[in-house]
Design a protein around this ligand. Structure first.
Ligand code: GAR
Length: 202
C-alpha cells in the first residue's frame, strides 16, 4: 500500500516523535511513514530516538544560516528532497514564516500542550504553557493537534483531548500527565487521519 512520507521536525526530547514511531510499529499509523527527522538543535535527544528506529536524520541550525530565510529554505530542500508530503511539528521550538506555512498549506500539523485557544500563541511553548495554566487556576487543560498556518497556534483544529489539573500540580507534573493522557494519543491519531485524507484525495 502506498504511504504518505512524513517529515518530523523536533527540538528536544522527542517523546512525541517516539509516540509516532511506536504508533507506526503498532499499526495505529498505517497511511504514513516517517521518512525524515529534522532538528534545529544538534543535541536534541529526539535525534537518538530517530536513529534507534533507523529513520534518516538531519540538523539545521539557525546560527549556521545567514538569516531565517536560508534556515527555512534548507529545511524545505530536505523535506522536498526526501519526498515528504506531511510535516509534523513535534516539539519544534521555532516559529515558521508565512512563506513556509503557505508553501505547505494544510500539510503541516503541530501538537500544542493546552486546549487552544487557551494558553497558546507567541511565547507559549513547553513548560511555559503549563506555568500559565496553573497560574490562571484552570481545573482542566489538555492538548490540541492543529494545522499550522501563519498565525502561531491559529490553524484549524484536528483533535483535542482534555486532561484534569490536580491539586498540587507543578508545571512538570501537569506536563507529564498531558503528554501521557493526551499528546501521545492524539498526535498519532491525527497523523493517521491526515495521511489517510491525503491518500484519498490523490
Ligand atoms: C510537548 O509538550 C509539545 O506539546 C510542546 O513541547 C513538548 C515537546 O516534547 N510543544 C509546544 O509547546 C509547541 N508550542 P517532546 O520533545 O518530548 O515531544
Amino acid at each position: 500500500m502506498k504511504k504518505v512520507k512524513i517529515a518530523v521536525l523536533v527540538s528536544g526530547g522527542g517523546t512525541n516523535l517516539q509516540a509516532l514511531i511506536d504508533a507506526q510499529k503498532s499499526g495505529i499509523i498505517t497511511s504514513g511513514e516517517i521518512a525524515l527527522v529534522i532538528s534545529n538543535k544538534k543535541d536534541a535527544y529526539a535525534l537518538e530516538r530517530a536513529k534507534a528506529a533507523k529513520i534518516d536524520t538531519a540538523t539545521v541550525l539557525r546560527k549556521e544560516c545567514a538569516d531565517s530565510s536560508e534556515f527555512e529554505s534548507r529545511i524545505i530542500s530536505l523535506i522536498d528532497g526526501a519526498g515528504c508530503e506531511l510535516i509534523v511539528l513535534a516539539g519544534f521550538m521555532s516559529i515558521l514564516s508565512e512563506g513556509f506555512t503557505s508553501y505547505y498549506r494544510d500539510r503541516i500539523i503541530n501538537v500544542h500542550p493546552s486546549l487552544i485557544p487557551s494558553f497558546c500563541g507567541q511565547g507559549f511553548y513547553g513548560l511555559r504553557v503549563h506555568e500559565a495554566a496553573l497560574a490562571y487556576g484552570v481545573k482542566v487543560s489538555g492538548a490540541t493537534v492543529h494545522f499550522v498556518n501563519e498565525i502561531p497556534d491559529g490553524g484549524k483544529i484536528i483533535m483535542q483531548k482534555a486532561v484534569e489539573v490536580k491539586d498540587g500540580d507543578t508545571p512538570e507534573t501537569l506536563q507529564k500527565r498531558i503528554m501521557e493522557e493526551a499528546e501521545w494519543r492524539i498526535l498519532p491519531l491525527s497523523c493517521e487521519q491526515v495521511c489517510k485524507n491525503i491518500l484519498e484525495n490523490k
